[in-house]
Ligand binder design. Sequence first.
Ligand code: DGL
Length: 263
Amino acid sequence: MDNRPIGLMDSGLGGLSVMRVLHKQLPTESLIFIGDQGHFPYGTKSQEELQRLVMNIGDFLLAHDVKMMIVACNTATAAALPLLQEKLPIPVIGVIEPGARAAVAHHPQTVGVIGTESTIKKGAYDQTLHRLDNQLTVYSHAAQPLVSIVEHGQTGTPAAQAAVDRELTYFDNHPVQTLILGCTHFPFLAPEIQQKMGPDVLLIDPAFETIKQAAATLTKQNLLADQETGTIKLYTTGDRADLVAGAQQWLAGQFDSCEHTDL
Ligand code: DGL
């Protein structure tokens, strides 16, 4: 049993889509989230830059005595997961392998992946999906502009639907049965994405399988919390008010504190 917090990170609000699942599934766990809004967006940065930023965040979370780190960002997972796992003395879990596994579990023949420029360029999902099922047809497509729609609180608007329609036209000619939301910002646009893709396309939010993996690791290593309820502390390298607004919307205001920090 271990009541130290679990640390989560993202470039921005996207990580909250993983955090909301974690809090729901494991409400006794204390959580520390850091949104690196001061360096947003991640999806257009180089691998070297991403590795530097993400290692800094790993150190920040370690200094806050976390027992596990969840990289609640596909771009950071693709760029730095092996590095984090090598350097940090705690379990580190990413979102890509769980997302790929969740998709393959439905036995599709064609899978689509949407993500940031960096994630799609790196081909991280393609490689993982093909390792799991080498018969699979994978269509990957970058949809970077959708990240800003979420970060700037514009979900649920006609502008958001128009942006989704525009960014996903690629799939008009590349039909898929299953679509992986390969950026943690995108589950917040699920209604718009479902509207564009049609009711028959199954959307995969990697958060659920990621938290399943986290729970299994905590159980196996005897690290589960033993307390009535966990606390939620939020940090941002950007504007505190923006993260507060995001957490009001996406965590239904369920957090104990929110602070700015420089990294
Ligand atoms: N939410 C992140 C992801 O899952 C990154 C978005 C960005 O900053 O470009 O990839």
